[in-house]
Design a binder for this molecule. Structure first.
Ligand code: ASP
Length: 324
């Protein structure tokens, strides 16, 4: 078990909830899992996941790599706020894992009387200990989701996560997984990656967006995710400034991917003229039905070692059903 903080490990303080429980204290909430697995724990940090980013994802992946042969599976306890980013990032950093890497957390502290922590933690371990489990998964409120498809869609309810545009892998019933998707457990050794390019920026388009935002983007970022409206497009208003600046951005050898602000069903850039004309700006990638979390972390992974056509090829190569 790799404990990283989050509400699940939090205590109430005068300043609000703060992660404070040790990994052993967390584990002591679920004595029943002893019948299914033997658990060792590490706690590389104890953070509200608001403060977790690429360096922490690499550290979690390194901990897994160092211990990969010694354990049958890994449970990562994590705050819910950025769990979907960490799950997607781990899906790219540890590919083709025949062993399960299961993220979980909770909406209420393990300390609170009406907590969802005990159920989620027990489910995560019981799923992890199951013979059919492999790859990076999120276990929450009885659902098992692909790490590339999970998204936090509720801020307070126990069913905080949804699998976007893809079915759940399994449902946990009284600690037993019932699989909707069995897939093929990899047999070859997993591939570990050790770098991410943090210079990826998300530009959420709002009506009236000014093109001079590209003054900043041209100077600072290698990869840009444009979250536009509906099936996708960029406003050109009277002057065509935004598409013009996008064309300039791409001419600098940088990478841009278009996605949509709409949670489900993805982009379709060629449907409307406001989208199709972006093809003339250069080689813009299209995220289609990838989640924002997967799009961002996939670009961070790809841009740590590839550019241009190679980056494009990798972007469209599915990893754990992230794109189709
Ligand atoms: N702010 C918390 C975190 O992400 C929320 C949670 O865990 O539910 O660490």
């Amino acid at each position: 078990m790799i404990a990283t903080g989050g509400t699940i490990a939090s205590k109430e303080t005068d300043e609000g909830l703060v992660p404070a429980l040790s990994s052993e204290e967390l584990l002591s909430c679920v004595p029943e899992i002893a019948a299914a697995c033997r658990v060792d724990t590490v706690q590389p940090f104890n953070l509200d996941s608001t403060n977790i980013y690429a360096g922490h994802w690499l550290e979690i992946a390194r901990i897994i790599e160092e211990r990969y042969e010694a354990y049958d599976g890994f449970v990562v306890t994590h705050g819910t706020d950025t769990m979907a980013y960490t799950a997607a990032a781990l899906s790219y950093l540890v590919q083709d894992s025949r062993k399960p890497i299961v993220l979980t957390g909770s909406q209420r502290s393990a300390y609170s009387r009406d907590t969802d922590a005990r159920r989620n933690l027990a489910d995560a371990f019981l799923f992890c200990a199951d013979d059919g489990a492999y790859g990076v998964r999120v276990v929450f409120n009885g659902s098992v989701m692909l790490g590339t498809r999970a998204k936090k869609t509720r801020t307070r309810s126990f069913n905080a996560f949804s699998s976007i545009d893809f079915p759940d892998v399994a449902v946990m019933r009284e600690g037993v997984p019932f699989y909707y998707l069995e897939g093929h457990k990899p047999t070859a050794p997993p591939r570990f990656y050790h770098a991410l390019n943090g210079n990826v920026f998300v530009l959420k388009i709002i009506p009236g967006m000014r093109a001079d935002v590209f003054d900043y983007l041209d100077a600072r970022c290698d990869g840009l995710v444009i979250e536009s409206f509906g099936t996708g497009g960029l406003p050109d208003y009277a002057d065509g400034a935004l598409p013009g600046r996008l064309a300039h951005f791409l001419s600098l050898g940088k990478t841009a991917a278009l996605t949509t602000q709409v949670e489900r069903e993805g982009s379709a850039l060629d449907k409307y003229a406001v989208g199709r004309r972006l093809r003339a700006c250069g080689n813009i990638l299209e995220a289609r039905c990838m989640t924002l979390e997967a799009t961002v972390t996939k670009l961070m992974w790809i841009l740590s070692f590839a550019k241009g056509e190679e980056a494009e090829k990798l972007f469209y190569t599915p990893v754990e059903h992230d794109i189709f």
